[in-house]
Design a protein. Structure first.
Length: 324
C-alpha cells in the first residue's frame, strides 16, 4: 500500500497522503510536499455532514423527509440528488463553458450568498433526476437555518462535528486555511498550465455543500462514528444507505443514498474543489477505513488515474495489511 501511494506522487501529484485503519491498526503515509496530518479542503465529503444534520432534525421531528422544499422537490430528493434541480457551477463560473479559467481568478475573493447560487440553480432548466447537483444541498442549508434559527454551519458544527469529537474539522471563516496545510493546485484539464495554487479561496461558492476543512484522521473518526450509529440513529443511517444511481460531474454513475456513496460493502463520499481532492470510504462493520487526499485536481494524466485506482483497490482489500 505504501508503494501504491508513492506511485500516485510519482505519476505527477505534488502531494498525496492517507490514513488507513484496519481492525485497530492505523497506518499513515504521505509523499511529496505534505505530511499525513495536514488540513485540507474536503469538498463534497461535506455533504455527508450536512445530510447527518438533516437526519438529526428528522429524528427530532423538526422536519420530514417527504416535505417539499422547492416546488415538488422534497428533503429526501435534495439529499439523494433526485430533485432535478440543475447545478449552478457553470453559471457561477461561466468562463468554464468557454474553455477559459478566467472565472476561477475572478471569483477567488468573491463572496457568494447561498440565495444567489440557489437562484442560479433553480432558474436553470431542470436536469434528469439522479443528476449530481450542489444546488439541493445549499437549499438544505437554508432549511437548517429556518428550522433552528442558527447558521447552518454553526448547527452542523455543534450537532455533528462536535458530537463526533473532531478537533481539526471546521467550516472556513475566511479565504485562508488555519494551521498546517499544503498548496492546492488546480489544472482545470490543462487550461491552467502550470497548475495554479488555489489554497487561498473564498469557499462561499459551495457553502455547506462542499466547503469543510478537515484531516484524513478526522474523516476516519467521523465515518467510524456515523456507521456505528453514534451520530444519527441506526434507523436514520439505514435511510441514508438507501441508494440509487446518480450521474456524477465526471459522467460516472455512483450508487448514492442520502449523502452517502456505496462502493461494494464500503460507504463514504469523495470530494473535489479547486486544487483539493478527497476520497473517504469505510467498511460497514467499521474494521477497514481509508481516507485519501491529493493536492492536485482536474489533471490530464492516465498515469495518475491508474495510480489512484491501484491505491484505492489495495486500500479496500481486507487481506492487505495497511502500509504493506
Amino acid at each position: 500500500m505504501k508503494a501504491e501511494l508513492e506511485a500516485v506522487h510519482r505519476a505527477g501529484v505534488p502531494g498525496v497522503w492517507a490514513e488507513v485503519r484496519d481492525n485497530g491498526t492505523v497506518w499513515r503515509g504521505a509523499f511529496g510536499d505534505v505530511t499525513p496530518d495536514v488540513r485540507h479542503r474536503i469538498g463534497s465529503v461535506t455533504k455527508t455532514f450536512t445530510a447527518a444534520a438533516i437526519m438529526l432534525l428528522v429524528e427530532r421531528g423538526q422536519i420530514e423527509l417527504d416535505t417539499p422544499v422547492h416546488g415538488d422537490a422534497t428533503v429526501r430528493m435534495l439529499l439523494n440528488m433526485t430533485s432535478g434541480l440543475a447545478d449552478y457551477r457553470f453559471l457561477a463560473f461561466p468562463s468554464l463553458l468557454e474553455g477559459s479559467p478566467k472565472s476561477l481568478e475572478d471569483n477567488q475573493f468573491r463572496h457568494f450568498h447561498p440565495r444567489e447560487l440557489i437562484e442560479l440553480g433553480v432558474d436553470a432548466p431542470p436536469v434528469p433526476p439522479g443528476t449530481y447537483s450542489n444546488t439541493g444541498y445549499l437549499l438544505l442549508g437554508r432549511l437548517i437555518e429556518e428550522v433552528t434559527g442558527l447558521t447552518a454551519e454553526r448547527w452542523i458544527t455543534r450537532n455533528v462535528i462536535e458530537r463526533a469529537g473532531l478537533c481539526n474539522t471546521t467550516f472556513p471563516t475566511g479565504t485562508r486555511i488555519e494551521g498546517p496545510h499544503p498548496p492546492m493546485y488546480e489544472a482545470l484539464f490543462g487550461l491552467l498550465d502550470p497548475p495554479r495554487d488555489y489554497s487561498v479561496y473564498d469557499m462561499s461558492w459551495v457553502g455547506v455543500s462542499a466547503s469543510l476543512i478537515s484531516t484524513v484522521e478526522d474523516l476516519n473518526v467521523f465515518f467510524a462514528a456515523l456507521l456505528d450509529g453514534k451520530i444519527v440513529s441506526r434507523e436514520s443511517l439505514a435511510l441514508m444507505q438507501q441508494t440509487g444511481p446518480v450521474i456524477a460531474f465526471d459522467g460516472s454513475t455512483v450508487d448514492y443514498g442520502l449523502g452517502l456513496h456505496r462502493k461494494g460493502d464500503f460507504w463514504g463520499h469523495d470530494g473535489s474543489v479547486w486544487g483539493a481532492g478527497t476520497w473517504s470510504f469505510h467498511s460497514e462493520d467499521g474494521e477497514r477505513q481509508v481516507s485519501l487526499a491529493v493536492n492536485l485536481q482536474r489533471w490530464n494524466s492516465s498515469a495518475i488515474d491508474e495510480a489512484l485506482e491501484a491505491f484505492q483497490r489495495s486500500a479496500v482489500d481486507r487481506d492487505r495489511q495497511p502500509g504493506v
